[in-house]
Design a protein around this ligand. Structure first.
Ligand code: ADP
Ligand code: MG
Length: 565
């Protein structure tokens, strides 16, 4: 007594279906990620319900997701032994707007319900993405607490109607059969499917199994004859970051770092944290030991290497959403429990929860660099060599963490070892003699120009330390770093060196004596200088150029002139 019931999709579902199938063209492959993520959710739900009702998983306790294909029938099939659906649930979940993914999708489209192809491309669109590659989809499902006769068969061509039938299904869970459209035969390939599983679902915590591919059939022998397939797991099936720290050996951390791509070397350091609370998330963040190519080439556009997962499902590379630009060298994973899986990049950028996660990531990374500076000076020096100048951008970019970032920087100094950049601002402040207020520095376009500048003569004579800044970014950075630990940072070429009383008397005397000379030089140089003064800043050289407090450094002015500004 099987009766087929035909129903219409809710109007909005039909609308979504139309948009999805017509706009997702360049992102077809995400159907697999979406269906696997639903299967994984279904396994999660069953696992949870079985806590109260162990009978639900009796006899079949190992939750898994199977992906298979049939070249002759031109189908791709996903099967999970998760929670399954009752007839009412099928109607509610995949025939109406109730599904969370679809609702969010429509919300994101806004009032006009006009789909920007780009927006859709970045969207997960849930179950309906099946119709991007299939012109007919069959769902066979049986809820874990239902009898075999109470299974359901749902089928649709995705054009406005679907059918419902009763079905007898010996096993709980859901099977989804995609009857591929013409031209989608690419997906009838084990290698292709496996690579998609690895790309998008490697860290789904349930095994995603695929049939072991049989060796080519011998003559006259049908190798694929009726035998039940032998399954092998295609994904890693253990999300490393979900394990507890004490269970993860360093080698696993290192191997995982390499599996993220971009680097074949071991990382310099990592930090792994779980935050529980009103909002729960896990971060596993790495500092590379070597600069990757994109940074070496100065490229900023490709910011990969920080992956956003939502409940162990890979959502997108989200380095820009999760970290400020000056920490772009960080690699790793953020796994958020409470973000909608189908979130778009645009929505992410304004997401409050993400802001909190971002703040936590920045803090973790700065903590990690600080720890490296304390515990592993050599690794830290190598790290700064690779990324120190990138980090300096943070002085400009991240006001809130300016002091913390400044603390991490290292400079050459008149009391350091040659051009080696190893003196911290704390070192400097720690050895300031009583009575000295400013942290003195000089900028130049190279170590020699800085260290050999006549501006330093008076400071040397008085044994006052001066930091030597000669990286391209320093001038820009110093424009935003006015003080550290309550001490002002001052350029030796700007303003006047403060004098003690004896010096002051000597200088007044000298100034009087030299007054006629000064007048004569002024009249000779005329408009070319703002002022000519007798100065205490020199001991050996007869004269030097000085800058007023707000003047541009000479080498920067030269750079700008060269750039045609
Ligand atoms: P979302 O996953 O965001 O809820 P989807 O369109 O992907 O949106 O799925 C719609 C709903 O259909 C799910 O919420 C779930 O209730 C149901 N569903 C989909 N696939 C399965 C499955 N394999 N097992 C059980 N329920 C499923
Ligand atoms: Mg889904």
């Amino acid at each position: 007594t099987t009766t087929t019931e035909t129903r219409k999709f809710e109007a909005e579902v039909a609308q979504v279906l139309h948009l999805v199938t017509h706009s997702l063209y360049s992102h077809k492959e995400i159907f697999l990620r979406e269906l696997i993520s639903n299967a994984s959710d279904a396994c999660d739900k069953l696992r949870f319900e079985a806590i109260a009702n162990p009978a639900l998983t009796a006899g079949d306790g190992e939750l898994h997701i199977d992906v298979s294909w049939d070249k002759a029938a031109r189908t791709v099939t996903l099967r999970d032994n998760g929670i399954g659906m009752s007839r009412d649930e099928v109607v509610a979940n995949i025939g109406s707007i109730a599904s969370s993914g679809t609702r969010r999708f429509l919300e994101a489209l806004g009032e006009e319900k006009k789909a920007d192809a780009r927006l859709i491309g970045q969207f997960g669109v849930g179950f309906y993405s099946a119709f991007v590659v299939a012109d007919r989809v069959t769902v066979l499902t049986r809820r874990a607490d239902a009898a075999p006769e109470d299974g359901v068969r749902w089928e649709s061509d995705g054009r406005g109607e679907y059918t419902l039938d009763a079905a007898t299904l010996p096993e709980r869970g859901t099977t989804i059969v995609l009857h591929l459209k013409d031209g989608e035969d690419d997906f009838l390939d084990g290698w292709k499917l496996r690579s998609l599983v690895r790309k998008y679902s490697d860290h789904v915590a349930f095994p995603i199994r695929m049939p072991k591919e049989a060796p080519p059939a011998a003559e006259g022998e049908d190798a694929r004859a009726e035998a039940a397939p032998e399954w092998e797991t295609a994904n890693d099936a253990s999300a490393l970051w979900t394990k507890s720290k004490s269970d993860i050996p360093d080698d696993d951390y290192k191997a995982f770092y390499k599996s993220l791509g971009h680097d074949f070397n071991d990382p310099a350091a990592w930090t792994h944290n779980r935050v529980e609370g009103s909002q729960s998330f896990t971060t596993l963040l790495y500092l590379p030991a070597q600069p990757p190519f994109d940074l070496m080439l100065g490229g900023r556009d490709e910011r990969k290497g920080l992956k956003l997962y939502i409940k162990r499902v890979f959502v997108m590379d989200a380095a820009e959403e999760l970290l400020p630009n000056y920490l772009r060298f960080v690699r790793g994973v953020v796994d958020a429990d409470d973000l909608p899986l189908n979130v778009s990049r645009e929505i992410l950028q304004q997401n409050r929860q993400l802001e909190r996660i971002r703040g936590a990531c920045v803090k973790r990374v700065l903590d990690l660099i600080e720890k490296l500076s304390r515990d592993e000076p050599e690794a830290f020096a190598a790290f700064l060599k690779a990324f120190g100048n990138t980090l300096k951008e943070g002085i400009v970019e991240d006001h809130g963490n300016r002091e913390r970032i400044a603390k991490l920087l290292r400079f050459a100094s008149t009391k350091g070892e040659g051009a080696t950049q190893a003196v911290s601002l704390d070192d400097y402040v720690g050895r300031m003699p009583p009575g000295q207020d400013p942290i003195w520095y000089i900028t130049a376009d190279g170590y020699k120009a800085a260290a050999g500048s006549p501006q330093l003569e008076a400071f040397r004579a008085k044994d006052i330390e001066v930091l030597l800044m000669f990286d391209r970014i320093d001038e820009w950075m110093l424009g935003h770093l006015h003080e550290y630990a309550g001490k002002p940072l001052k350029n030796v070429a700007k303003g006047e060196l403060p004098l003690d009383a004896a010096d002051k008397a000597k200088q007044d005397e000298a100034a009087q004596a030299a007054a006629p000379l000064v007048e004569r030089i002024k009249s000779l140089l005329g408009e070319r200088v703002a002022d000519v003064r007798v100065s205490a800043r020199l001991t050996d050289s007869p004269s030097c150029l000085a800058l007023a407090d707000y003047d541009m450094a000479p080498h920067l002015a030269r750079l700008l002139r060269e750039a045609g500004q």
